[in-house]
Every structure is written in C-alpha cells, then in structure tokens.
Design a protein around this ligand. Structure first.
Ligand code: SF4
Length: 438
C-alpha cells in the first residue's frame, strides 16, 4: 500500500496547499499515515518567511539521513523548495522530490516519475499562468474551509521572499471560485475563508470587471453560506468598495487584516510597501466609518535595516491611533534574494528584541482595554469545539475573536453550529461568556 506522511510549516496558504497535495496523493491511491516512520513517502511543505522556519525542515531531514537508499522517499515542497531548489539534494542527499508551490499542478507527473524509479525530480518553474486546483481536496477543518482565490504576488516588498518562492500573481476565474463555494456549502460548510498573498489585487482573468469586492459580493450571495472571510490584504490595493461590500452583507465577516509593517514613511519607503502612513490611515478611516463594527488586525516588523528610534516611535504612535484588535509582530529577518539584503545599518539583535517587547506590551495593553469593553455584549459565535482542559466550548465571532463559553450539559451545542453568547469576562487574547440560545 502506498503510504505518505506530510508535515506543513508556515501560513494558511501552505496549510491549504497541503490539503490539495493530500487530495492529489489520495487520488493516486496513497493513504495518509500519522508518522514519518510509518510512511513510504515523507513530505515537508515548507516556509522560508524567516530563517528559523527554513532551518526546521533541514533539521527534520537530518533525522532521516540514515534512511537513504532504503526505499523511503523524501520530498521537500513549498517555499524552501523553490528558494533552495537543487541545492537541497546536496544538503540532504536522501531527498528525491523538490517542488515549489507554482509547480503543484505538475505534482502528479512528478510522483509518476518517482514511482517509475527516477532518483531525483524537481518542479521549480515560476513561469506559470496556472493556479493549483484539484478535483479532490482533503480539508482538515470540518467547519471552516480555506479557498485560494489568487496565488503569487507582483509586489516586491524589500524583506519578502514570496515573489521569489510563489511567483507572479494569477487569479482563479470567479466561476471556478463560486462553483467551489457552492460545492463546499453542499458538503455542509457554512464558513469559507478566501486566501491569497494579496487578495485585494484579485481580478477574474476572463472577466476583468470582476475585482475582489465584486467577487466577495457574489460569493456572499451563495445560499447556505453563513460567513465569508479573507486574508491577506495589501493597503495599496485595499479600496472603499471592500468596506461597502462588508457593510452591505452580514455574511461577509466584519474583520479586516491589513498589514502595516511600520508607522514611519521613511521605513515604508525602504520596505517598498507602496503606501505612506497617511494613505494607510485613510483606509483605516474608511473601515472605522463603516456601519458595521469591523475589527482591524495587522502585521508589524521591528528592526528593519536603518530603523531609527524616532522611526520606531512612529510605529508606536500609529498603534495608538488605530488600536488594533490584535497583531502579529516580528523582528526583521534577512532573507535570500530580497532587496533589503543590500541595505546597510542593520539594527543589533538585542535592540530588535527590545523594540519587539515594547510593541507586544503596548498591544497587550490595548487588547486588555478593548476586550474589557466587550463585557456585557452579546456575540454570535460559530462553535469550533470543546476544550476538555477548561471544560469550555470554543467559539469564534464574525470579528474573528475567540469567545470561550459555558453551556448547560443538557444543552451542549454542536461544533459548527451558531449561537449567541453573552460576554461575561475578558482577557488579553480572548473573551469568555455564557451561552444564551441554542
Ligand atoms: S505584498 Fe509584499 S509582503 Fe505581501 S507577499 Fe507580496 S511581496 Fe510579500
């Protein structure tokens, strides 16, 4: 029996790519096992957004170097595969398959070559118009379905590897996206999350008039769909129309993840983010002026080359102006092929750590205050499961907040159902409450 094991590192795009890779393998008669030891084919779907992430896969591969030539096949997929290419064979000679995400449409062919005895095969072309769509996708989450609408990125932010690891932007047709949304609803999904490195620059390749806001409006009208989310946006392509679409239809979740990265114009320029602090704040104003209470989250990088104390202070003052619901914050990590590598004046590691701590403490204080304002309010949640440890149910609001709640045993909710919860307590990263209705 052909067995495989797959481990995924990194972002939601990678997680969903793995769901489609699993679908491709199952379609070829493979069955998935839970440990690399039990598998004939061992795959790592990798991330190279930061050096630490990249090193993880080589650490994994190192553990199996004695397996070379014993029939077990190793494959490296995703961003490190694309970034390192055939060099992976030198670092890990027991690897047979190296395939970047832009070549997943050829995965079946590559597997056939491996099955036919080829010692080493690669899929490393970035020259593609194609998007990775599979007849079978083995989704991990039974309630929220990821759906990639656009792959790759045409921007060139100075710190980012994505354009080099995922290739140019290519959008799926609206028809294929809407057909998949309908199919997911028929399968029992009520929540769909659109994915893309930059979903806002979505354009239907066959009907250019259908941009991201139009696609959201169309998808939001699919009968049976309760929630539609999307990530990740780019401020340069984020338009008022997107806020209007969210305002018009409660199926579109009132949450926008809008990575700012820095609050300083000079840093944004060195990062090649293509917007200024004022242009970014204008988009925040659009969101804050909306009829619905839209939650805003973001990404911030500290310690970008040359970042001065006053540039850093600009990031802190922007945080005070926006008051994000939550954020992902990182220290700048030099990455291969990126233009930031040519920049001088690197910020010392301990200074990066000091700045990251300040950002995270400030954000924690903002979240404590913002979450405390939710106490007493009633929120509709989608039930995601039960936490045996705390004895609480796990709920997620439309704003993408975690709301853990209690429910009388005799009225235990079903995972995937929707119900109202009154918020009774708050903490920095989540809310707690009691179930109101079933
Ligand atoms: S928009 Fe910038 S940060 Fe985002 S994926 Fe593209 S290059 Fe990377």
């Amino acid at each position: 029996m052909k067995t495989f094991y797959i481990e995924t590192f990194g972002c939601q795009m990678n997680a969903h790519d793995s769901e489609k890779v699993v679908g491709t393998l199952v379609g070829r008669g493979y069955s998935q096992v839970q440990t690399p030891d039990a598998a004939g084919l061992v795959l790592y779907n990798t991330c190279s957004i930061r050096d630490k992430a990249e090193q993880k896969v080589f650490h994994r591969l190192q553990q199996f170097k004695r397996e070379a030539g014993k029939g077990k096949v190793f494959g490296v997929l995703g961003c490190v595969a694309q970034q390192e290419g055939e060099k992976i064979f030198e670092r890990a000679p027991h690897v047979s398959l190296v395939c970047g995400s832009a070549s997943y449409t050829k995965l079946s062919e590559l597997l056939f070559q491996i099955e036919s005895g080829e010692r080493r095969v690669t899929g490393l072309s970035l020259d593609t118009e194609e998007t990775f769509e599979t007849p079978l996708t083995r989704r991990d989450n039974p309630h929220r379905a990821y759906l990639t609408i656009i792959e790759g990125c045409d921007k060139s932010c100075a710190y980012c590897v994505v354009p080099f690891t995922r290739g140019p932007e290519r959008s799926r047709t609206a028809e294929s996206v809407l057909a998949e949304v309908r199919q997911l609803v028929d399968m029992g999904y009520t929540e769909v999350q659109f994915l893309g490195q930059n979903v806002n620059s979505y354009r239907d390749p066959t009907r250019p008039g259908i941009d991201f806001a139009a696609l959201m409006r169309l998808a939001g009208q699919v009968p049976g769909l309760r929630r539609l989310r999307f990530t990740t946006s780019h401020p340069r392509d984020f338009v008022q129309e997107i806020v209007d679409a969210i305002d018009e239809n409660p199926v579109l979740c009132n949450h926008v993840h809008l990575p700012v990265q820095s609050g300083s114009d000079s840093v944004l320029a060195r990062m090649r983010r293509l917007y200024t602090r004022d242009e970014y704040m204008r988009r925040i104003e659009w969101i804050k002026r909306s009829h619905r209470d839209i939650a805003i989250t973001t990404d911030i990088i500290v310690g970008f080359p040359g970042e001065t104390e006053s540039e850093f202070q600009s990031t802190l003052s922007l945080m005070d102006m926006v008051e994000y619901e939550s954020m992902f914050s990182f220290k700048y990590s030099p990455r291969p092929n990126t233009s930031a590598l040519t920049l001088d004046d690197h910020v010392p590691e301990e200074e990066k750590t000091r700045r990251l701590t300040i950002v995270q403490e400030k954000q924690r204080a903002i979240q404590i205050r913002r979450n405390s304002e939710m106490v007493g309010r009633v929120q509709e949640v989608m039930v995601e499961g039960f936490n045996q440890g705390t004895g609480q149910w796990i709920g997620r609001t439309s704003q993408h907040r975690t709301l853990n709640f209690t429910a009388p045993v005799e009225r235990s909710p079903l995972a995937g159902s929707y119900l109202d919860v009154r918020v009774t307590r708050s903490s920095p990263n989540s809310l707690a409450g009691e179930m109101l209705t079933l």
